[in-house]
Design a protein around this ligand. Structure first.
Ligand code: INI
Length: 159
């Protein structure tokens, strides 16, 4: 975990929660590393393997609409979106990254389910790799955010 984020969640905070993870096939090697970070972190905080479901989409542009459809099933405490947009790869970087962020935010606002933005937006592949490694893994960070937000939303729904 990097120094930008310090989690306040308890060791067993994920117990009983159900999380969906949506992954892009674009930049698959990096995104798979984010997935491994997220899965390990969910397990570390008590989320059972059987309570995690993984979905794939082509690219980051598709994350928001898919996250919304998943959230609307009502089966998940959160939807964790993991992807990677590298500036060097495309002139339309700004559109893809911007729409991914907008769509993910909209999915959460429309459904009331926490939809987590775990999309790397970097200038180079090297920068992306640095954020998907064993330390400072942004997938792990997204998982912690998902557990915390799922707990907060559950608390707010209690009478
Ligand atoms: N999708 C990504 O997830 N990452 C990228 O870096 C990327 N680039 O570079 O273009 C990318 N493009 C595809 C996009 O997300 C959609 O899948 C496509 O436009 C079809 O809607």
């Amino acid at each position: 975990m990097n120094e930008g984020y310090t989690s306040g969640i308890a060791k067993d905070a994920g117990t009983g929660q159900r999380h969906a993870i949506v992954l892009t096939r674009w930049n698959a090697k990096i995104v798979e590393a984010l997935k491994e970070g997220a899965l390990a972190e969910l397990g570390r905080f008590g989320v059972s393997e059987k309570d995690v479901e993984v979905f794939y989409v082509p690219g980051a542009f598709e994350l928001g609409s898919t996250a919304k459809a998943i959230a609307l099933t009502g089966r998940f405490s959160s939807v964790i979106c993991l992807g990677c947009v590298i500036r060097g790869d495309t002139d339309h970087y700004q559109f893809v990254a911007g729409e991914a962020a907008r769509g993910i935010s909209q999915a959460s606002l429309d459904t009331g389910v926490p939809v987590i933005f775990g999309v790397l937006t970097t200038n180079t592949e090297r920068q992306a790799e640095d954020r998907a490694g064993p330390t400072g893994n942004k997938g792990a960070e997204a998982a912690q955010t998902a557990i915390e937000m799922a707990g907060l939303m559950a608390r707010l729904k209690k009478p």
